[in-house]
Design a binder for this molecule. Structure first.
Ligand code: 0X9
Ligand code: ZN
Length: 763
């Protein structure tokens, strides 16, 4: 099983060569120029030349081993390469190809090899530096850095270049820090996007440059971007691995690692994405210098890794995104274990699913969201595990276009750069919205997060994902009080392998888990002081889940993923399995069965016996499902710690047939009108109507406006004269509310007047 988790399977391509004409004059090859990939059997390459081959690609190839070369027939004629200018490997390839075929191996490093100028974006010799780039070509490291500098110069009100470290070969690692009033230290929430950890993944460079351009030019003109930069801080790192990136232009297009000169070997480089401290040295990394996933001599040994680790530690990003290519995936932790972190469902997966759905809405392209270890392969010492597990960020590794080797692999065709940028920027804006609209969440049932903190039975949970997920970080919990706080959650990556007290290594985000607080000072005083915490508001746009993670029969302590009470009937129990996707991926998750508690009450589940109860500080437990001696409660409440007892365990996908079980919650948006004020506060403060008292501002309800009385704009329960003035005001201002949208066209305007009058005239 592990073997298949390890393998990232890529499609087999027929060994195809595009034949070029022979001769000293460049001559166009014959049509059609369909195949663009040449694959060479690596076992035919002499040992001393193998170091020059992309062994990482080789590792992933099915039916390999092969090395992959990209041929661009469009450039064949203009790029005839004199043989003597090609390196030893190329000389070797020549043995397999007709003479002059090499002339058609066109990648930008060949452009560089030939001393040809880089195309486009050449600023005028003495003119001002370009403030926009053309995304039909790739940009060098220097161009990227110059672009950051130019933007910081031209948009100094929002942009600042920060040198966050120096590479092995003494190049600067630059970040562009974007926020209104950037020189002030501030308490805003922050988000990080990085690119070019792996040198050859050029499309990531373009994406981050594009983000920089869009954000700088959008501030002050685009209300959404203005709001983001007024309220949040966006950090962009265009090249985590500047040495490798420069080398991929100058020497070896398919270079991956940094440019560390490994002692005593001719194999250079360390894989920065195996060098992070958390989990360093674990599965999916290599101890061999020559391997493309060489983890380095020690955890965090590389200056490039340190630059990012230090940035993560110093800035405490709410969200951290490390872009890679390729495969069209949206990966999240854990990378180094197939154990499922319970919080992965309640936060990371929820975000990943929304990210890919936005991409799909934007361009129709499909990305697959999933836990890194089985969606791609096991890796340890990766960026996202560090950012999530150590620095409290919700962290992601999107693998950008294309989807497969056949579409170019690491060599994304230049005409794909812009659409790749556009779809990812659309999704990234949603991430930024979350950070900009981070808002306080409090318990509607109680002034403190814990209902009636008392000297017995203090249970609590956190609906919505707290920023800096560890309870200790999010809530100011003192780790010295650990023995007073327990949770029952089995996950090898979080707790000791038994139900246990939290330990110093606790990495959870808290959301979805419930805690029991031993009623002993000083932790009780801490609990009494807990009135609110900060959360990202849109995380559950597509709903979210909680893993029922106990092993064997036992109790899960969970909370509900909604800041408002909800009917238990809206909570589903789902059975998920892994399904092999192939040929470009590992596995995707699919729901095998799904049912509500209500269905379960009348027709017992064939696969899950479960019981859902809440123990109040005093009195008998309240059993929500099935109804019990303490009474049935068909509503479930936020901030409470429920005990959910199940007769099956699910902590990891151990095969494609062994499922995991989860509680699934419907979509909820804490700031549906995106005004950076929690919906609950909008309603309480009279800013928003909530005539049906469902906790959702009526302006966010969509036709058919379930629960609302159409035309009833003053929540009186009927349509009468009292509504006319409110209706007129809304028509004049266009302020949307569902019950005024009488024709259901998602706008409140003159087209609603006649239907409103009809409604008023009805007896
Ligand atoms: O192997 C990698 O580092 C990434 N793939 S790539 O083709 N860009 O090299 C995948 C990393 C997956 N691991 C984590 N996200 N932790
Ligand atoms: Zn990568």
């Amino acid at each position: 099983m592990l073997r298949s988790f390890n393998a990232r399977v890529r499609p087999f391509l027929v060994f195809t060569i595009v034949y070029a004409s022979i001769g000293t004059e460049p001559v166009r090859a014959e049509e059609p120029f369909d195949p663009q990939i040449v694959r060479i059997r690596i076992d035919l390459v002499p040992d001393d030349l193998r170091g020059e081959i992309d062994t990482c690609a080789i590792d992933r190839e099915e039916g390999g081993p092969f090395a992959v070369f990209y041929l661009d027939p469009q450039r064949a004629a203009e790029l005839t390469v004199p043989h003597e200018r090609l390196g030893p490997l190329s000389a070797h390839i020549r043995r397999f190809l007709p003479a002059n075929t090499l002339a058609r191996v066109d990648i930008p490093s060949i452009r560089n090899l030939l001393g040809l100028p880089a195309p486009a974006d050449q600023p005028q010799p003495n003119g001002p530096p370009a403030l926009t780039l053309s995304y039909d070509v790739y940009h060098t490291l220097e161009e990227g850095h110059a672009f950051f500098q130019a933007l910081a110069g031209a948009f100094s009100n929002i942009a600042q270049v920060v040198n966050i470290g120096t590479s092995v070969q003494n190049r600067s690692i630059l970040a562009l820090r974007l926020t209104a009033n950037p020189t002030q230290p501030n308490t805003r929430q922050k988000i990080l996007f990085t690119a070019v950890t792996h040198a050859r993944e050029w499309a990531t460079h373009e994406a981050v440059l594009y983000f920089a351009e869009k954000l700088c030019h959008g501030y002050g003109s685009d209300p959404r971007i203005t709001h983001i930069l007024d309220r949040a801080e966006v950090w962009l790192v265009s090249a985590v691995n500047p040495d490798g990136y420069a080398f991929s232009w100058s020497d070896q297009r398919m270079w991956r690692k940094n440019r560390r000169d490994n002692p005593g070997t001719s194999c250079d480089g360390i894989d920065i994405n195996r060098n992070y401290t958390r989990g360093w040295g674990g599965p999916g990394s290599s101890g061999s210098f020559c391997n493309e996933t060489y983890r380095g001599p020690s955890a965090g040994s590389e200056p490039e890794t340190q630059a990012i680790q230090n940035l993560l530690a110093a800035q405490r990003f709410a969200i951290a995104v490390g872009y890679h290519t390729y495969s069209q995936l949206m990966l999240y932790s854990w990378g180094d274990t197939t154990q499922v972190a319970p919080e992965s469902y309640s936060s990371l997966r929820a975000i990943a699913k929304k990210y890919v759905s936005i991409i799909n809405d934007t361009t129709g392209f499909q990305y697959l969201p999933g836990q890194s270890s089985y969606t791609i392969y096991l890796t340890s010492g990766g960026f996202d595990d560090q950012a999530y597990g150590i620095s409290g960020a919700l962290a992601f590794t999107p693998e950008l276009r294309p989807v497969s080797t056949a579409q170019g692999g690491f060599l994304l065709p230049e005409d794909q750069i812009l659409p790749n940028n556009i779809e990812n920027f659309a999704a990234a804006l949603w991430l930024m919205d979350n950070v900009a609209n981070a808002l306080p969440v409090s318990n509607p049932m109680s002034p403190t997060l814990i209902e009636s903190p008392s000297t017995s039975g203090n249970r609590f949970s956190l609906p919505a994902t707290p920023i800096n997920q560890k309870p200790s970080l999010a809530l100011g919990f003192n780790n010295a009080w650990q023995s007073q706080l327990t949770t029952w959650m089995h996950d090898g990556a979080h707790n000791p392998p038994a139900y246990a007290t939290l330990n110093t290594g606790f990495e959870g985000c808290g959301t979805g888990n419930a805690y029991v607080l031993t009623p002993t000072a000083p932790a009780l005083a801490w609990a009494q002081g807990l009135t609110q915490y900060t959360a990202l508001p849109h995380v559950y746009d597509n709903g979210a889940e909680i893993l029922l993670s106990n092993v064997g029969a036992g109790v899960n302590r969970i909370g509900i993923l909604s800041p408002r009470p909800m009917p238990l009937a809206e909570v589903r129990v789902v059975q998920r399995v892994l399904e092999f996707v192939g040929p470009n991926y590992g596995y995707r998750e699919i729901i095998q069965e799904s049912r509500t508690a209500v269905e379960d009450a009348t027709n017992a589940s064939p696969w899950l016996d479960w019981n859902w109860s809440y123990q109040p500080p005093t009195g008998a437990p309240i059993i929500s499902h099935p109804s019990g001696a303490g009474g049935a409660d068909l509503m479930v409440y936020p901030f409470r710690g429920y005990d959910v007892t199940v007769n099956v365990g699910s902590s990891a996908f151990s095969s494609t047939t062994v499922p995991v079980y989860l509680l699934q919650f419907p979509a909820v948006d804490l700031d549906c009108n995106r005004n950076a004020v929690a919906d609950a506060q909008d309603i309480a403060g009279g800013f928003s109507l909530d005539c049906d008292a469902d906790g959702i501002p009526d302006e966010c309800e969509k036709p058919p406006c379930t629960g609302l009385i159409m035309g009833d704009l003053d929540c009186s329960g009927t349509v009468n004269g009292g509504d006319v003035q409110d209706f007129a005001r809304r028509i004049a201002s266009g302020a949307y509310t569902c019950q005024a949208d009488l024709n259901g066209d998602l706008a409140v305007d003159y087209a609603d007047v006649m239907p409103f009058i009809d409604l008023c005239l009805q007896p």
